[in-house]
Design a protein around this ligand. Structure first.
Ligand SMILES: *[C@@H]1O[C@H](CO)[C@@H](O)[C@H](O)[C@H]1NC(C)=O
Ligand SMILES: *[C@@H]1O[C@H](CO)[C@@H](O)[C@H](O)[C@H]1NC(C)=O
Ligand SMILES: *[C@@H]1O[C@H](CO)[C@@H](O)[C@H](O)[C@H]1NC(C)=O
Ligand SMILES: *[C@@H]1O[C@H](CO)[C@@H](O)[C@H](O)[C@H]1NC(C)=O
Length: 298
């Protein structure tokens, strides 16, 4: 289904573009042109804009796979303790009891329920062997991302993780962003933030400490891949100039590819441990739990 993009800012930008050139192409680069009748000071006129499927929630269409496959908690049943209080152990996981199971689907179900539903891993029983989990999301189609990827943790946010993408249905993978409490230590990368990027360095892959640091995790549960901040480098801070962004996306294949995926992979490399050393006497405090993953695109 193809329909006009509903972004008003973009519509305005496109009508400007068209009036200035007085020339209405049937296609603009790889976007078709849609027109709709609008009333202006000059009366009824046609308004032209890029014609694309409407952006939406892409998690409805994905297939999720976990590696290792048996990394989900509850088989055998386990009791978990709070990271900040090893005596608070009321988080029970049992794969054979619906109310106590935490299967991967719960990362993509409707949020806003109370209590929240979430996927949970086994605990770090085999410490110091790393607790590694790959969460792979596959769409079997090409998706243009239109908004930030947002991962909401129910546990503490991981101390090390990598977000990767594939553009060829999972045959090859590229990192999208590295996340760590200490980027130098974890990945020998200088810590950066999306604010350090410019139009010229937009395609750089950075390591950020913005979403891992601190022990305030109870209130700060999300890890982001910032699409909108990257768009803003071309479209301006309020994304007013979407025509400029689409112009760039259209003429620069690397840039368009950067925002396009067929698969995403979250590589969880080290769970939250708090500010202190790992408490080997109670490894039930260390695990991953994710309540929600947002992926918007078209
Ligand atoms: C998962 O399965 C592998 C291979 O069967 C086994 O070695 C490993 O201990 C299992 N892990 C858990 C957490 O049960
Ligand atoms: C996760 O993916 C990486 C490739 O990025 C692979 O080397 C690794 O074996 C996978 N599985 C686990 C459990 O890390
Ligand atoms: C992926 O899509 C193709 C073409 O639409 C289809 O033939 C194939 O069966 C799909 N594969 C999976 C794993 O869904
Ligand atoms: C450690 O973990 C167990 C559950 O595995 C729990 O019963 C116990 O209270 C925890 N805390 C301490 C300080 O041992």
């Amino acid at each position: 289904m193809r329909q006009p993009v509903l972004l008003l800012a973009m519509q305005a930008a496109w009508s400007c573009f068209c009036r200035a050139t007085q020339h209405y192409p049937a296609a603009w680069g790889h976007y078709d042109v849609c027109k709709s009748q609008v009333y202006t000071d000059e009366g009824l006129t046609w308004d032209y804009m890029a014609c694309q499927p409407e952006a939406g929630d892409m998690t409805k269409y994905l297939r999720v796979t976990l590696d290792p496959p048996n990394i989900t908690c509850g088989d055998p049943p386990e009791t978990y303790c709070a990271l900040e209080n090893p005596y608070m152990c009321n988080n029970e996981c049992d794969a054979n009891t619906v109310e106590l199971a935490h299967p991967p689907e719960l990362m993509f179900d409707f949020e806003g329920r109370n209590p929240t539903t979430f996927w949970q891993s086994t605990s770090w029983r085999k410490y110091p062997k790393p607790l590694l989990v790959n969460i792979t999301m596959s769409w079997n189609k090409t998706i243009e991302l239109t908004d930030d990827i947002v991962i909401t943790f129910e546990s503490g946010r991981p101390e090390q993780m990598v977000l990767e993408k594939s553009l060829d249905y999972g045959r090859t993978w590229q990192p999208y962003q590295f996340y760590a409490t200490d980027c130098l230590d974890a990945f020998t990368m200088e810590p950066k933030t999306v604010q350090d990027l410019t139009q010229h360095t937009l395609l750089d892959i950075i390591c950020t400490e913005d979403y891992s640091r601190g022990y305030v995790w109870k209130y700060d549960k999300t890890v982001r891949f910032e699409i909108k901040d990257r768009f803003a480098l071309f479209a301006g801070p309020q994304l007013h100039n979407m025509a400029s962004l689409y112009g760039q996306l259209d003429t620069t294949k690397n840039l368009r590819d950067f925002f396009t995926i067929t698969d995403l992979r979250i590589k969880l490399l080290r769970p939250a441990t708090g500010a202190t050393m790992v408490d080997e006497s109670n490894l039930s405090r260390y695990f991953y739990a994710i309540s929600d993953i947002k992926v918007h695109g078209r």
